[in-house]
Ligand binder design. Structure first.
Ligand SMILES: O=P(O)(O)OC[C@H]1O[C@H](OP(=O)(O)OP(=O)(O)O)[C@H](O)[C@@H]1O
Ligand SMILES: O=c1cc[nH]c(=O)[nH]1
Ligand SMILES: [Mg+2]
Length: 213
């Protein structure tokens, strides 16, 4: 598994405001979207392309265009939804599928409660969006689900990751040779006893959309 920590002062600047507990929901939503657009540049570095013959007003030339089938973007509900707009801005022709997952806050085990994805993902390149890679359980389940349906190239995009989550994901993918890449804005210090990323930003879903019980 390839892990890329985006190292850019604008990303660090926006992450700082995202982490700040004084940042309100509208600002948090805007920052999450902007951060995704910056991370998308790195996450799409290996997007599949093919040669494309065109004529400029001056001469014929060969450029490139996105290959078919177009990539599939999968935000993990709820919090991943806050990154979707920032990603489709750069990849407007991509398809979007949805996975709804919620971590049981007692056991820290993920539960999948919604799925709106194509059944057959054979040969598809997939970008999975979730701001938080904490224990890594939710992302590992999501990626295995996509691999079982035939996805053959997966990039997970997170705003923040914990070292424990990165290690768990890597171990859970040890038996696959399908390329999986993680692009994250930062790798924080650790998880606390409640499975929250430290220093982190708190509960991303609640900060985006409010507290629901
Ligand atoms: O790495 P893990 O330990 O599995 O934790 C990370 C998951 O927790 C959060 O979702 P949450 O369960 O809070 O759902 P929400 O997006 O609806 O708030 C987050 O968006 C990830 O999906
Ligand atoms: O720190 C964390 C861990 C899991 N989910 C979140 O939203 N934040
Ligand atoms: Mg949440």
């Amino acid at each position: 598994m390839d892990v890329h920590v985006a190292d850019h002062p604008l990303i660090a600047h926006k992450l700082t405001y995202l982490r700040d507990k004084r940042t309100d929901s509208p600002t948090f939503r805007r920052l999450a979207e902007e951060l995704m657009t910056l991370l998308a540049y790195e996450a799409t570095r290996d997007v599949r392309v093919e040669p494309f013959r065109i004529e400029t007003p001056v001469a014929p030339t060969t450029g490139i265009k996105l290959s078919n089938p177009k990539p599939l973007i999968v935000p993990i509900l709820r919090a991943g939804l806050g990154m979707l707009e920032g990603m489709v801005r750069l990849l407007p022709s991509a398809e979007v599928g949805f996975l709804g997952m919620q971590r049981n806050e007692e056991t820290l085990e993920p539960v999948t409660y919604a799925n709106r994805l194509p059944d057959d993902l054979t040969g598809r390149q997939v970008f999975v969006l979730d701001p938080m890679l904490a224990t890594g359980g939710s992302m590992a389940d999501a990626i295995h689900y996509l691999l079982d349906r035939g996805a053959d190239n997966i990039t997970a995009v997170c705003l923040l990751a914990a070292p424990e989550g990165v290690a768990h994901l890597e171990a859970s993918l040890a038996s696959t040779d399908i390329p999986v890449k993680v692009v994250t804005g930062a790798i924080d210090e650790r998880l606390n006893e409640k499975g929250y990323i430290v220093p982190g930003l708190g509960d991303a879903g609640d900060r985006l959309y409010g507290v629901v019980d």
